[in-house]
Design a protein around this ligand. Structure first.
Ligand code: GLA
Length: 384
């Protein structure tokens, strides 16, 4: 009898052990949208060990780490060829990846890396095709905590795409190291519908962002409708931030930050952290705005009203309050309003300005304000 029970337990144990690596990517990895920095938007191919260490130093010194930023992500162009055993090697810009990871970890931060399911990455460097298992093991050995996996030069059907991502998810799982999986395939084939099922903790929903209002706004405001696919552990990613890169004015960058926060988007800074103006630091570290993005309820906000270039967006918060963005996309200042009936508030409510960090007052039925061109008035509204 005893041996029968042991036999049974053995079979169940084996089944579990086999099944575990194929379970969904660990959701606890990204219960709120990941916050960090990525090298691509500012450094592109110029990223090297020194720039990554400087980003880690600056993330601590600027107060970004204390505000919640944690990932330091190396994007494309770190890869060299493989050695005789097929193991991926970093190129001359990254003399010792393990030492770099140790350095980043010593600051209380985490290190991310980039690869592609194709033979070559977007920038033409070595991809992971046919080496997924080895690469995942190498990343784990180095101490990598986050992988951006970029489709780019891959080809194939939707099923093949899903298989490629699943293969890397399973390889990462088998390392036993928690590694956030960031899917990058520009939102093709409605990735938001199946991204979570192939292990994505986040997935890009669009093509590449550029440092201009027109592009940032097109991407950000087009996220409307995708809100039902995001939640704790799995997020829509409208691409990395351009805040601080110089291509937008103050109001436009405030719009960028507010929109990404209301979208519960991953906040991955893309500027040179070692050279920031006080305004850039304030934009990136305003705790009240970051709390909108990081709210534990994990609801992505959406558009609740639109009149031509005037858009009103709302994000429900865990404490029952509603965050509202009055966004003016036209080239002149304009008065805009939010009707409390549109956000489910029937009583008087306190309106708090998230950028000014003060209460504007108590309002009934609606709240209105002048909104600068390309700007935003960003408020949290709580019923009394
Ligand atoms: C693609 C991605 C970018 C960046 C580059 C690197 O364009 O969308 O975010 O990673 O590749 O080559």
């Amino acid at each position: 009898m005893k041996s029968k029970i042991f036999g049974y337990l053995f079979v169940v144990g084996c089944c579990l052990a086999l099944a575990l690596p194929f379970a969904a990517q660990d959701k606890n990895l990204a219960l709120t949208p990941p916050m960090g920095w990525n090298s691509w938007n500012h450094f592109a191919a110029r990223v090297d060990d020194k720039a990554v260490r400087a980003a880690a130093d600056a993330m601590v010194a600027s107060g970004m780490k204390d505000a919640g930023y944690v990932y330091i992500n190396i994007d494309d162009t770190w890869e060299a060829k493989r050695d005789a055993q097929g193991l991926i090697q970093p190129n001359e810009k990254f003399p010792d990846m393990k030492a770099l990871a140790d350095y980043v970890h010593s600051k209380g931060l985490k290190l991310g890396i980039y690869s592609s399911p194709a033979a070559k990455t977007c920038a033409g460097f070595e991809g992971s095709l046919g080496h997924e298992e080895q690469d995942a093991q190498t990343y784990a050995k180095w101490g990598i905590d986050y992988l951006k996996y970029d489709w780019c030069k891959s080809s194939g059907s939707l099923d093949e795409m899903k298989t490629s991502y699943t293969k890397m998810r399973d390889a990462l799982k088998r390392t036993g190291r928690p590694i956030v999986l960031s899917l990058c395939q520009y939102g093709w084939n409605k990735v938001w519908v199946w991204g979570e099922s192939v292990g994505g903790n986040l997935w890009r929903t669009t093509g590449d962002i550029t440092d201009e209002y027109r592009m940032m706004a097109e991407i950000g405001f087009n996220q409307n409708g995708l809100e039902k696919y995001a939640g704790p552990g799995h997020w829509n990613d409208p691409d990395m931030l351009e805040v601080g890169n110089g291509g937008m004015n103050d109001d436009e960058y405030r719009t960028h930050m507010s929109l990404w926060a209301i979208l519960a988007a991953p906040l991955i800074a893309g500027n040179d952290l070692s050279k920031m103006t006080p305004y850039t630091v304030e934009l990136l570290t305003n705790r009240e705005v970051l709390a909108v993005d990081q709210d534990p309820l994990g609801k992505q906000g959406s558009r609740i009203a639109q009149e031509g270039p005037f858009e009103v967006w709302m994000k429900p918060m865990a404490d029952g309050s509603k965050v509202v963005g009055l966004f003016n996309r036209q080239r002149f200042a304009e008065e805009m309003a939010v009707d409390f009936s549109q956000i489910g508030i029937t009583s008087e409510a306190i309106v708090h300005d998230l950028w000014l960090k003060n209460d504007v007052g108590t309002f009934k039925d609606k709240f209105s304000a002048f909104v600068p061109r390309h700007g935003v008035v960003f408020v949290r509204i709580k019923a009394k």
